[in-house]
Design a protein around this ligand. Sequence first.
Ligand code: CLF
Ligand code: SF4
Length: 293
Amino acid sequence: LPDTIRDKVANHPCFSEQAHHYFARMHVAVAPACNIQCNYCNRKYDCSNESRPGVVSEVLSPAQAVKKVKAVAAAIPQMSVLGIAGPGDPLANPQRTFETFRRLSEEAPDIKLCVSTNGLNLPACAEEISKHNIDHVTITINCVDPEIGARIYPWIFWENRRIRGVEAARILIEQQQKGLEMLIERGVLVKVNSVMIPGINDEHLKEVSRIVKEKGAFLHNVMPIIAEAEHGTYFGLTGQREPTAAELEALQDACAGDMNMMRHCRQCRADAVGLLGEDRGEEFTLDKIDAME
Ligand code: CLF
Ligand code: SF4
């Protein structure tokens, strides 16, 4: 790796397999709204787009988020990265998201900033992302074919109206790819997350991997869909099956021919705190932070 990239990933637990043993990340849930609907979404988990059971994240204002980041950074010395990853889409809440980043870059300049998005509003935000020194962006890209996309996304909200079906997927895909290209041009490191949905996009993700690698994405993270009926997601209710561990690994191996693969993702919550796989969020709820003062 070139030194500039090595420096950027050295203490990022998601972008570097090595770093995740030593460095922690935290998420602040400042972004409640979303501009698309995914058939696997239940707004509880993230980066971006998990669907596991749990308690809905406590939505914070930018000021509350900054207070929380400072309290956590003081308590957990390995804390290196602050990510905004939900519970909706960070870039569908640009004022809240960028106000949080702006304040943090002034008040906690040592913490790396990271954001994850579905990509719909990414071209409109790419310039602002690079201005705020956000070196790490994750785009969730599940397809590059609108016919496949129409089976994953029932609608998007775009230019003040709701658009459905293949046309919605076409616009989303176009914006994701354009956003990816704009970030690469600006020197931002991009990770692509893909949710593996057996029978819908599993074979297709090999093509997604090839295309995003060609455009300069740094890392690809193929994650299994979590579709249990009790979560009430569309896929959960329609009996969509989850991949087996062997199927997931086979797809990751097939993509790895083209691309650096992330294999240590822990599918964390939109308000996760700590090392990957560890969630200390309960120790840092707002009432507890107030009590620390
Ligand atoms: Fe958070 Fe995501 Fe940044 Fe990491 S999580 S916004 S890139 S700081 Fe990481 Fe969690 Fe996997 Fe995401 S383990 S779900 S990949
Ligand atoms: Fe849910 Fe994220 Fe999809 Fe929005 S982009 S519908 S928050 S999974």
